[in-house]
Unconditional design. Structure first.
Length: 163
């Protein structure tokens, strides 16, 4: 768990509606830590005490590496656990608009969650399921391809000509 989470930039977390969402994270003190809501990434309704599943993907190939059950714990802002987690998260936060006041903003607007492993690996190198777990794309006009205009080939070949 630790090795794969440290090497990956994203984890997939099961949210209350049953879907999985990608969250940037850090591994610290035996658990995955995420910061969200407010001006940060949405946490999709994850609440303190909830049970969830964390799936780590490969950073280079994007495929699943491991998956485990986890319990959501929300440390109170200002506590020792919260301070240690946000120091790690601050180092991984890319392009923060307010690096000087980032911790104050997280304390007032955002939530820091600790996703603690609660059991053995549900999926691992020797126990991957055969299904892809891929969801079908949402129906949208943007996903429907229309035929190219009939004049397009002529227009493309005329571009290189000089008048």
């Amino acid at each position: 768990m630790e090795e794969s989470a440290k090497k990956s930039g994203l984890v997939w977390v099961r949210v209350p509606d049953g879907s999985q969402r990608a969250l940037w994270h850090v591994w610290h003190d035996g658990a995955v830590h995420v910061v969200g809501d407010g001006d940060e990434q949405p946490l999709y309704g994850l609440q303190d005490g909830a049970e969830t599943a964390v799936t780590v993907r490969s950073k280079d190939k994007g495929g699943r590496l491991v998956s485990w059950p986890a319990r959501v714990v929300e440390p109170s802002p200002g506590s020792e656990g919260w301070k240690a987690a946000v120091e790690e998260l601050k180092g991984k936060r890319l392009n923060a608009p307010d690096t000087d006041t980032l911790l104050e903003r997280w304390a007032s607007q955002s939530r820091v969650l600790r996703l603690e492993p609660t059991g053995p690996l549900a999926e691992g190198p020797q126990s991957m399921p055969s299904s892809a777990h891929a969801a079908p794309p949402v129906a949208s006009a943007a996903t429907t391809r229309r035929p190219a205009p009939a004049a397009l080939p002529r227009l493309l070949t005329r571009r290189g000509r000089k008048p």
